[in-house]
Design a protein around this ligand. Sequence first.
Ligand code: C5P
Length: 221
Amino acid sequence: PPTRPLAGLRLLLTAGPTREALDPVRFLSNHSSGKMGFALAAAAARMGAEVTLVSGPVGLATPPGVTRIEVESARQMHEAVMTHLADQQIFIACAAVADYAPREVAGHKIKKTASDTLVIELTKNPDIVADVAALPEGPFTVGFAAETRDVEKYALDKLARKGLDMIAANDVAKNGQGFNSDDNALSVFWPGGRADLPLSAKSELAGHLMTLIADRYHDTH
Ligand code: C5P
């Protein structure tokens, strides 16, 4: 097989968590490290793609040859993706996007009161990967699914519901893989096919997944 199967292609990825502000000093977020997305960006660049990485706040160095755009919230990530989508052949949504954000961001630090409870109202964030997949002339779109059970069932449901070209699912209930880990295992699904990538370092796994994505992209274009 060619060593640079993505030469001449532009590829956009999201990675890391998002932060949804509550007030000037607090936010809602999650434990995503960004490792899988950054490893995929590095692998894609090595395979010859022109890579743009839209990343939430993570403590990782930008891989060689990759253009990085930093965002904080899901809305900022959505806007950055839509702005940079033109002329992209492949989009990979690896970010752990917050599903909801506080409806209002307090202008000043929220003060503790005499009450033992505090209610925060949340509103749904845009679904970035679903919006990209719904574009009529959109890129080949790959999503991720982190599940704690019935991995295949939920992954196939998400593939169809979001209109994706491919989905990579991991079982986050298993120890030593997925969120914040250096290792991961993936089950990859596309319309009419499946591949299982066994537990390995995220850097190695990223190479195998990018090869699958490149193969599938070329099969359909
Ligand atoms: O629906 P769920 O969050 O499980 O789907 C996960 C997939 O959708 C991931 O690829 C993630 O990056 C993407 N996603 C997104 N925007 C959201 C929520 C999830 O792009 N608001």
